[in-house]
Design a protein around this ligand. Structure first.
Ligand code: NAD
Length: 296
């Protein structure tokens, strides 16, 4: 059934997601603080409102896709009181668990149902409507949101109560950051030992070293032709975004008392890469730092 949807945040992810909602037959009114973003979105045929509050007025569903927790809490603080009874709030940004829970509390105080629904799949998944959504919220919220999210993604998982989607996202990406560094270290060691990339790949990809960082995103060119290593480490998934997610994981580890020594080390290695101006390089490009002995 078509819905009227307000979409706030038209960046690299938000714009293609909003366009997929339109393609699925929904009525979308959008807003972004950046004039460049709204101009680009208008040129693609998206209806643009004069403010976030104007976009949300009369909408049945409000979706936010913003950089960080403080943006989400601030936008929800403005929009929730301006929204009608029964409006469903969905945040798809990657943010800290505490801010996600604060956003849920803002909606709940007004009697509105809400969902945290961060995504994986990157800009390609956003364009091709193949994202994975990891959702936190009530069963009622999940049931209401699922058909809407289905227009933007392929896999939609209910992970638990409010904040559980963000928790799943940062735990998954902590595995990814650590496993990528592990795979890179193995290739660097293999090079020193005179073992070819292909030989290591052929063994490890079907043995106990098998993981996504190796078989889908191999950090050396050759074995996996679609991986960013074959195009000079153009992202893909930029190191700066991996640093953001590993930092969120470290914040959550600190506040929950979890021991994550490898997550902490991975965060430090990506922070060093970012500090040297390589935040825009694909995160698998960390192999070049390891090879050069600049791992920190
Ligand atoms: P982006 O920086 O391209 O877009 C964010 C947009 O939000 C910008 O256009 C900005 O102007 C707008 N914005 C900021 N504050 C605003 C406000 N108060 N009101 C309205 N608009 C506002 O970021 P992105 O790559 O689209 O990522 C969005 C979110 O998705 C982030 O939380 C990111 O971590 C997450 N994410 C990104 C990727 C990816 O590959 N890019 C993958 C998974 C998750």
């Amino acid at each position: 059934m078509p819905h009227s949807i307000a979409f706030i945040g038209l960046g690299n992810m938000g714009l293609p997601m909003a366009l997929n909602l339109v393609a699925a037959g929904h009525t979308v009114t959008a807003f972004d603080l950046s004039p460049d973003a709204t101009a680009g979105a208008a040129a693609r045929g998206l209806a643009i409102a004069s403010s976030a509050v104007a976009a949300a007025r009369g909408a049945q569903i409000v979706i936010t896709m913003l950089p960080a927790g403080r943006h989400v809490v601030s936008v929800w603080t403005d929009l929730v009181p301006a929204s009608g009874e029964g409006t469903l709030f969905i945040d798809c940004s990657t943010i800290d668990v505490d801010s996600a829970r604060a956003a849920h509390a803002i909606a709940q105080a007004q009697g509105l149902v809400s969902l945290d629904a961060p995504v994986s799949g990157g800009t390609v998944g956003a364009s091709e409507a193949t994202l994975t959504f990891m959702c936190g919220g009530t069963t009622e919220g999940f049931a209401a949101a699922e058909p809407i999210l289905a227009a933007m993604g392929r896999r939609i998982v209910h992970c638990g109560a409010g904040g559980a989607g963000q928790a799943a996202k940062i735990c998954n990406n902590m595995i990814l950051g650590i496993s990528m560094i592990g795979v890179c270290e193995a290739f660097v060691l293999a090079e020193r030992l005179g073992l070819s990339h292909q030989a290591l790949f052929d063994v490890a990809s079907t043995a106990s070293g098998q993981c996504w960082s190796l078989t889908s995103y191999c950090p050396v060119p050759g074995p996996v032709p679609a991986a960013p290593s074959n195009r000079d480490y153009r992202p893909g998934f930029a190191a700066g975004l991996m640093l953001k997610d590993l930092t969120l994981a470290q914040d959550a580890a600190r506040s929950s008392g979890a021991q994550t020594p490898l997550g902490k080390h991975a965060q430090a290695l990506y922070a060093a890469m970012d500090a040297e101006g390589q935040g825009g390089v694909d995160f698998s490009g960390i192999i070049e730092r390891l090879r050069a002995g600049r791992a920190g």
